[in-house]
Write a protein that binds this ligand. Structure first.
Ligand code: FAD
Ligand code: NAP
Length: 335
């Protein structure tokens, strides 16, 4: 009987791991399970090319639809893995028979942190993580629309730039004194503040949001912590993400701000690996554990985990890298 390798999480990391397993000659069964209904896609275009209207939706997909069957990869879409029994090496799937594995990869990524304030259920309050989120947001970024963005991180600034590109008004509310300050520091954060102001974005720094205001269930504005109100048709919440660790933690794997792995991306269970946004991995180059929430880490972490699953001698010690495009300037950050 050939081995069964199961990948939980149909994002970039999971798809790249499946691709690498086959490319490295693995002839056993590969099952790739994702709870979204779209086949694996890359998320960067969701706040950039696709949201700006300059890139086709199809360009986001990691592989052609036919690629999975052609490579004998069983792709289960719209299927949630609800439990992991690490002792019996079995997964419980929503609506399917339990699935046994010989090796398993957790590539479950992350989900948006939710704002816990009154009014979050008004239509018009949006998060951006998935392709359908981006479809809906694109439809609402119309000429003259009043858009309020909560959080001046990557989602906040990239969607503010997209709003301006479509002729919408954009206000950004951020608790820190500068956008992206924690990541980029004073000097570069100031460049981004000036860039957005030059594009007529109303930056409300050192500000907090208290409430979404609605009329008949629809958003009509936001109230800030200082009591002031800003009218809004759309509010985009981008206040960070939390790693999807629940399967791992309920199965008793070591978890601490992500699923803990060694430098070979192996978790505390020798048959289970983790990569991408969900993994908090030893990086010998840096000399500590790090959990990275960026595209390049999913792109390279998936293949690295696949090689480790195949028993290859693999140390994942890449220099962390990310990039962003806002208006004309692009930026890339290594380190
Ligand atoms: P994810 O992409 O989160 O995929 C994990 C998948 O697993 C999801 O589909 C999830 O629903 C599924 N899943 C979770 N639990 C289960 C379960 N129990 N059963 C079944 N399926 C499950 N990074 C950059 O470096 N540059 C950028 O420009 C950039 N732009 C971005 C723009 C947007 C709008 C977003 C949201 C992110 C962006 N990122 C960017 C970050 C980058 O996209 C992520 O780091 C990357 O998606 C992580 O990939 P992943 O495969 O680890 O996880
Ligand atoms: P993020 O980059 O972590 O930024 C969140 C921002 O929201 C931070 O500036 C944070 O401030 C602020 N914030 C937190 N709580 C707040 C509150 N209650 N009110 C106002 N502001 C608040 O997360 P994100 O922008 O939501 O992005 C989500 C994920 O997608 C991240 O993993 C990100 O890396 C990824 N992504 C990456 C890119 C890229 O690399 N170009 C593009 C889009 C998305 P503090 O820092 O002070 O907490």
């Amino acid at each position: 009987m050939s081995d069964t390798f199961v990948i939980v999480g149909g994002g970039l990391a999971g798809a790249k791991a499946a691709e690498t397993l086959r490319a490295e000659g693995f002839a056993g069964r590969i099952v790739l399970i994702g709870d979204e209904t779209e086949r694996p896609y890359e998320r960067p275009p969701l706040s950039k090319e696709y949201l700006l209207g300059t890139g086709a939706r199809d360009k986001a997909f990691v592989h052609e639809g036919s690629w999975y069957a052609a490579n004998d990869i069983e792709l289960l879409l719209g299927v949630r893995v609800t439990a992991l029994d690490a002792h019996r090496r079995t997964l419980t799937l929503d609506g399917f028979e339990p699935l046994a594995y010989d090796r398993m990869l957790l590539a479950t990524g992350a989900r948006p942190r939710r704002l816990d304030i009154p009014g979050t259920d008004h239509t018009g309050v949006r998060y951006l993580r998935t392709l359908p989120d981006s479809d809906n947001l694109l439809a609402s970024l119309t000429e003259g629309a009043r858009v309020v963005v909560i959080g001046a991180g990557w989602i906040g600034l990239e969607t503010a730039a997209a709003a301006r590109k479509h002729g919408a008004h954009a206000t950004v509310i951020e608790t820190a004194a500068l956008p992206l300050h924690r990541v980029l520091g004073d000097e570069v954060a100031t460049v981004y503040a000036n860039l957005h102001r030059a594009h007529d974005v109303d930056l409300r720094l050192s500000s907090g949001i208290a409430e979404f205001l609605g009329a008949g269930g629809a958003l009509r504005g936001v109230r800030l912590a200082d009591g002031s109100e800003i009218p809004a048709d759309v509010a985009i919440v981008g206040i960070g993400v939390q790693p999807n660790v629940e399967l791992a933690s309920s199965a008793g794997l070591d978890v601490d701000n992500g699923v803990l792995t060694d430098a070979s991306l192996r978790t505390s269970d020798p048959a289970i690996y983790a990569c991408g946004d969900v993994a908090n991995s030893d990086n010998p180059l840096i000399g500590s554990r790090i959990r990275i929430e960026h595209w390049a880490n999913a792109l390279h972490g998936g293949p690295a985990a696949a090689k480790a699953m195949l028993g290859q001698d693999m140390t994942y010690d890449r220099v962390p890298y990310f990039y962003s495009d806002q208006y004309a300037p692009g930026m890339a950050y290594s380190g």
